[in-house]
Design a binder for this molecule. Structure first.
Ligand SMILES: NC(=O)c1ccc[n+]([C@@H]2O[C@H](COP(=O)([O-])OP(=O)(O)OC[C@H]3O[C@@H](n4cnc5c(N)ncnc54)[C@H](OP(=O)(O)O)[C@@H]3O)[C@@H](O)[C@H]2O)c1
Length: 337
């Protein structure tokens, strides 16, 4: 359990990464009560300086001794490191908020989106999991519709930006784009195919059932967060040549009828969701516009004319903020409230 204090020793594991850097700036923006910030990464980044609270702080190398006196440990350095170090942090009495997929489906670990299932936090035993970035965006929209009309089945196509893969993928899209526009050869390190000017129907590894891990994360995490194993989810994840924000094209079938206007009204009232939906003025959520925003944006809300109770929607979420760092900081805010 979290020590009872007014200010907290906070560690960010993966502080030099895409999510870790955002985490540091969100902690500052939201004035999280930090008494000391411990910035941890690999030995490659040892000594690098990151600004927080008007001071440059030095990055240290992650080790098993990094967690002494740490109250809250935000992990965002990949699953393998979370598997190895999160239990050590929890044993040192830190509460871990883990953004990797390491513990998400562990029945003893709550998987939390604060607007949806904050009550699940009551059962944590030192480790709390932050859901996948596309799951968070989908569920912020699905939750109020599920409450009103019970969602039976969802078909999702994800259009995921390269920042979802991390900083090397951001560099790969930039450098391939520059190379191609200068008639030069490209280098491929992160993705198996050219990502500049291309879409790859392949996010994370393939599983035996033909789906990718990313697709099955959305399926399984949705059921766990909603606490509803009956809801049927099927997904396709596509990596697109966009730097930031994940978009999702979603078809939802509900048990009872929900008109498009009714859905718009429900979504407008849900905290953290913005309905941006005026096709007559060419207004709908765009990845470029949602970049840097805290809210999940939804538009193109319309009835599916092929089934009695269906809706089509377009969702855009900043994968690095609400899809990762912001959701993690919101969880920490609930813990100290
Ligand atoms: N990006 C997203 O949109 C997103 C969304 C939800 C969840 N996540 C999850 O968040 C985690 C981080 O993702 P990211 O996009 O921030 O990746 P990233 O940009 O590649 O950053 C990775 C971070 O991990 C650190 N790291 C790597 N190897 C390490 C080691 N051996 N010891 C200590 N630190 C090490 C890196 O430090 P160096 O700089 O020293 O290499 C860096 O700080 C992943 O588990 C990812 O699945 C990401």
């Amino acid at each position: 359990m979290l020590r009872n204090k007014t200010t907290y020793v906070v560690a960010v594991i993966g502080a030099t990464g895409t999510v870790g850097r955002e985490m540091v700036s969100i902690l500052e923006e939201r004035r999280f009560p930090v008494s000391e910030l411990v910035l941890l990464a690999s030995e490659r980044s040892e000594g690098e300086r990151i600004e927080f609270g008007g001071k440059n702080r030095s990055v240290k190398k992650l080790s098993k001794d990094s967690f002494k006196d740490v109250d809250i440990a935000f992990f965002s350095a990949g699953s393998e490191l979370s598997q190895k170090f999160a239990p050590l942090a929890a044993a040192a009495r830190a509460v871990v908020i883990d953004s990797s997929s390491a513990f998400r489906m562990d029945p003893k670990v709550p998987l939390v989106v604060p607007e949806i299932n904050a009550d699940a936090l009551g059962s944590h035993a030192g480790i709390i999991a932050n859901p996948d970035c596309s799951t968070i965006g989908l569920l912020m929209v699905m939750k109020p519709l599920h409450e009103a009309a019970k969602v039976r089945r969802v078909v999702v196509t994800m259009f995921q930006s390269v920042s979802g893969t991390g900083k090397e993928a951001i560099d790969e899209l930039a450098s391939q784009t520059v190379a191609l526009l200068n008639f030069k050869d490209i280098e491929k390190k992160v993705y198996p195919h050219q990502i500049a000017f291309n879409c790859l129907p392949h996010v994370d590894g393939f599983l035996e059932n033909g789906y990718t891990r990313e697709e099955m994360k959305l399926v399984n995490e949705t059921k766990k967060i909603l606490g509803d194993t009956a809801v049927r989810v099927t997904a396709t994840a596509v990596r697109v040549p966009v730097f930031r924000c994940h978009a999702e094209s979603v078809n939802i079938e509900t048990e009872t009828k929900l008109g498009a206007n009714e859905a718009r009204a429900l979504l407008s009232k849900f905290p953290g969701v913005i309905v941006y939906d005026d096709p007559s003025r060419d207004l709908y959520p765009l990845q470029l516009d949602v970049s840097g925003k805290d809210e999940v944006y939804v538009g193109r809300i319309r009835e599916d004319e092929t089934i009695p109770n269906g809706l089509n929607l377009w969702i855009v979420t900043d994968n690095v903020r609400k899809g990762a760092a912001l959701n993690a900081v919101q969880i920490a805010e609930l813990l100290i409230a």
